[in-house]
Design a protein around this ligand. Structure first.
Ligand SMILES: [Zn+2]
Length: 315
């Protein structure tokens, strides 16, 4: 007899990734497609990916993890900056087409749930997930339950203002945390440092004549190769990560902080440093227990696995 499974789908700005997940959080089979621009095409892509997997597995439900705001009843997407949906009843539409129960959740919420059930935050009571990628995504779990806020949009950590009068942010504010702690921030810091100290970088970064070519990934690679300027950019990121986490910890007092997202792949370059800043910046430093700060264990699959677990709970 085939095992009972659910399908989790991670719907991001660049790709739609679906995975068949068993009750232990194992990903048994996957399908992937680029994210189409239009609303109908996006739903077609999800239905095609899930439908294909459902023919090969005994699937009882589907969980959709969406990079966007989800209504409190978790049936509709209110707004998603990188997706076509606006006030769209996504769960019901996909459910009707697939003839399967569908649940909807924010992607960072799905990821923190996945890490709590099967990854780096197992057994912890209060868990904060900080996903560092192009920007910062946040997920919070209190006493084993997702905390979504009164209107479903909490916690929006990336746009906490850490630096008054700092770098401009597309959200309209200045000095937001993610302007100093993200892949985009690594690139911006390296470009600034290169303009100020052109002699401090080895050929690794200086060769990138066009500042747009200095991506966060490139800065991380250069830091790993020993480029002093890239390492300085990395320690700036570590500083702001530590400062932001100290602020978040003063509000949430988490037991475990999980660092996820693409930038966490370079955690060995900044995490110890960030922990030191965190320890110094937290209120009552030295006189209170500190959150354990860990990197995500499920990696790229965290949101998909968490969404599948939510579907398993609901179906
Ligand atoms: Zn902002």
């Amino acid at each position: 007899m085939r095992v009972k499974t659910t399908i989790g789908v991670d719907i991001g700005g660049t790709s739609v990734r679906a995975g068949v997940v068993d009750r232990h959080g194992n990903v048994l089979d996957t399908a992937r497609a680029p994210t189409p621009a239009g609303e109908t095409a996006l739903e077609d892509a999800i239905v095609a990916a899930v439908g294909g997997l459902a023919t090969r597995h005994r699937v009882t439900g589907v969980g959709l993890a969406v990079a966007g705001f989800v209504t409190t009843d978790r049936r509709s997407v209110m707004f998603a900056p990188h997706l076509a949906w606006r006030d769209a009843p996504v769960a019901d539409r996909i459910s009707q087409r697939l003839k399967l129960p569908v649940v909807l959740e924010h992607d960072a919420n799905s990821a923190v749930l996945g890490e709590h059930r099967f990854g780096a935050a197992r057994g912890a009571k209060v868990v904060l997930l900080v996903a560092i990628g192009t920007g910062i995504g946040g997920g919070l779990l209190i006493d084993g339950q997702l905390y979504r806020g009164a209107y479903g949009v909490a916690p929006e950590l990336g746009h906490l203002r850490l630096v008054p009068g700092g770098r401009a942010c597309p959200c309209g504010k200045q000095g937001c945390w993610e302007r100093y702690c993200s892949g985009t921030a690594l690139s911006a810091t390296a470009v600034e440092l290169l303009a100020r100290h052109p002699g401090r970088s080895t050929v690794l970064l200086r060769d990138s004549m066009d500042s747009r070519a200095i991506t966060g990934r490139k800065v991380a690679a250069a830091a790993r190769e020993g480029d002093p300027l890239a390492q300085r950019a990395m320690s700036e990121l570590a500083r702001w990560l530590g400062e932001g986490l100290a602020l978040a910890a003063d509000i949430y007092d988490p037991e475990v902080v999980v660092i996820g997202g693409g930038v966490s792949e370079s955690a060995t370059l900044f995490l110890d440093d960030a922990r030191d800043h965190y320890k110094k910046m937290i209120t009552g430093a030295g006189y209170r227990p500190l959150a354990r700060i860990r990197t995500a264990q499920l990696g790229d699959d965290a949101a998909l696995v968490g969404a599948a677990a939510l579907a398993a709970d609901a179906c």
